[in-house]
Design a protein around this ligand. Structure first.
Ligand SMILES: Nc1ncnc2c1ncn2[C@@H]1O[C@H](COP(=O)(O)OP(=O)(O)O)[C@@H](O)[C@H]1O
Ligand SMILES: [Mg+2]
Length: 238
């Protein structure tokens, strides 16, 4: 890989394997994701999509091969630097993972509080992102009183409030109806337009055809190559 490419990469994996006991979840994964890429990670259930994302945000240890995030080798990151590294990521899950007994505002502001930001800045940033996801009117609500689509919009706000370089979304539309899925995809695309690298794990091929983007295809733990899917303009959502 030439130097110019290395500078444009934000995530690199070299010959990464991951096992759960004797189960081989990822086999010899080598890939390169560029800064500001908009990438789908796809493949059937059990292909290893979630495992791959979990390795990236350090929820699983890298036991074989190398993972570089923004030039940092995850196998060599001292334990005390892990929280700092995690701040490079905003993460979105299929089941939202909001805190049920905290308000919408608090769910989003906790990220900035953990990062030690000042109250005035927190107020401003949280208001800004809640407006972006059209949830500013519901900031005092508790997550269980919201629809799935609304909860996922709050989760998007939480993922982006710290202005992370990388957004990882694991089946973000897996529990949503078509309209809500569309609004989540529009938000993720907007985050990409504003400069972040966005990686979306999904088994939903229709969703990919609606948006277009680079596609990494996993099958039984192996990367089966990448392709660019052109969006279908007749049903495009952007
Ligand atoms: N914690 C775990 N313990 C054992 N096996 C696991 C665990 N998590 C995932 N697996 C297995 O690893 C493989 C990949 O899983 P996963 O990464 O969740 O795939 P995907 O997200 O593509 O559905 C599957 O065969 C799954 O059953
Ligand atoms: Mg999964």
């Amino acid at each position: 890989m030439i130097e110019a490419d290395a500078k444009r990469s934000i995530i690199r994996m070299f010959h990464v394997h991951h096992n759960y006991g004797t189960k081989k979840a990822l086999i010899d994964i080598t890939l390169d994701i560029l800064k500001n890429d908009f990438v789908f990670l796809t493949g059937p259930s059990g292909a290893g999509k979630t495992t791959l994302l979990r390795l990236l945000y350090l929820a699983e240890p890298v036991s074989e091969g190398q993972v570089l995030i923004d030039g940092m080798n995850l196998s060599r990151v001292p334990r005390q630097r892990i929280p700092l590294l995690r701040r490079k990521f905003g993460i979105i899950f299929q089941d939202y993972k909001l805190i049920a007994n905290r308000t919408v505002f608090d769910n989003v502001s906790l990220v900035l509080e953990a990062a030690g930001k000042k109250r005035r800045l927190i107020q401003k940033r949280v208001n800004g992102v809640l407006r972006l996801v059209s949830m500013e009117d519901r900031q005092a609500a508790f997550p269980p009183s919201l629809s799935g689509g609304e909860q996922q919009r709050v989760a998007v706000a939480r993922a982006i409030v710290g202005d992370p370089k990388i957004i990882l979304a694991d089946e973000p539309t897996g529990s949503l109806d078509d309209d809500s899925s569309e609004s989540i995809m529009k938000l993720l695309h907007g985050v990409h337009i504003r400069g972040a690298t966005v990686i979306i794990a999904t088994h939903d091929k229709t969703l990919i055809r609606k948006t277009g983007g680079r596609v990494l295809n996993l099958r039984q733990g192996r990367l089966e190559g990448s392709s660019i899917i052109e969006k279908h303009y007749d049903n495009s959502i952007f």
